[in-house]
Design a protein around this ligand. Structure first.
Ligand code: G4P
Length: 193
């Protein structure tokens, strides 16, 4: 997605060896015009699959996921990282290990929001090692629903996430694919959409 790649080049900042900071338009402050375009591109990519729910994980997945859900005219559900007091029964959970943060967290979705008839599209802001998406797939499978695809805004292709997901039989569509950060500059692979 050229609009997104141009924005990453203009406003993204490389931190250390492998982190891209995009807090001015995606992960902290959110550019709704860019999210609208992202929503349209993902919706077009997945429109023929009969998607009934969009699923993401808090926090930064929520913005793009909501715009995709709006375009597909289906609900968006975000997995919670902290159990809250109103989640009293019927909770589906998975353990997600973050290599970046080196912590394991339990993520959860109330079972009433997913059924075995659901065809789910997973959307997330970043794909690094794929552990967040793997946890969401686990939860969706527990509900008996099917995962029709994974849509990623920014894939760090030099990490293992994409192959982990593809090896489990899930199709991944990424709007920007970062090949590497070399000498402080950023190189893209050809994006999927
Ligand atoms: P994984 O899910 O692909 O295995 O990712 P990993 O554990 O490596 O990453 C943990 C968190 O760090 C995730 O957010 C992920 O989106 C984010 N992340 C990974 N690489 C980058 C990067 O290069 N830039 C930015 N900005 N974020 C990155 P999270 O902990 O779920 O955070 P949030 O969504 O609550 O903000």
């Amino acid at each position: 997605m050229k609009l997104l790649e141009d924005r990453i080049l203009k406003d993204g900042n490389i931190l250390g060896d492998n982190i891209l900071k995009v807090d001015s338009f995606l992960t902290h402050q959110v550019d709704f015009k860019l999210m609208t375009e992202i929503g349209k591109v993902f919706a077009k990519t997945f429109e023929s699959l009969g998607i009934t729910k969009v699923v993401t994980i808090e926090a930064s997945g929520i913005a793009p996921a909501l715009y995709v859900a709006q375009e597909l005219d289906v609900p968006m559900i975000f997995a919670k990282k902290h159990k809250n007091i109103t989640m009293t029964e019927g909770i589906l959970t998975a353990e997600v290990y973050s290599f970046t943060k080196q912590v394991t967290s339990t993520v959860s979705i109330a079972s009433k929001f997913l059924s075995q008839n659901d065809k789910v599209l997973i959307i997330d802001d970043f794909l690094a090692n794929g552990q967040a998406a793997k946890g969401l797939i686990d939860i969706i499978n527990q509900a008996g629903a099917s995962v029709e695809g994974v849509g990623i805004v920014i894939e760090k292709s030099f990490q293992d996430g994409r192959s982990l997901l593809e090896n489990s039989g899930v199709k991944v569509t990424s709007l920007a694919r970062i090949k590497n950060f070399e000498n402080g500059s950023l190189n893209f692979l050809e994006a999927d959409a």
